[in-house]
Design a protein around this ligand. Structure first.
Ligand code: SF4
Length: 62
């Protein structure tokens, strides 16, 4: 499972706090996800970030 952040991100920083190993803030003030499969021990935090994003900007894909 991989994650990505789409262009609707408002840069609130919530995902970077919930799963900092996967999500970081980019230079343009929007979050970015590492382009790799999530590790097993990250999955619950990554999914929590996806479900918690206030604008549903996080997507998961295989
Ligand atoms: Fe962007 Fe959503 Fe992450 Fe906030 S939680 S920084 S809006 S992707």
């Amino acid at each position: 499972m991989k994650y990505k952040v789409n262009e609707t991100c408002i840069g609130c920083g919530l995902c970077t706090g919930l799963c900092p190993s996967l999500f970081q803030m980019g230079d343009l003030g929007q979050a970015e996800a590492e382009e790799r499969d999530v590790f097993d021990d990250e999955l619950s935090d990554a999914q929590n970030a996806l479900e918690s994003c206030p604008v549903s900007a996080i997507e998961s894909y295989e």
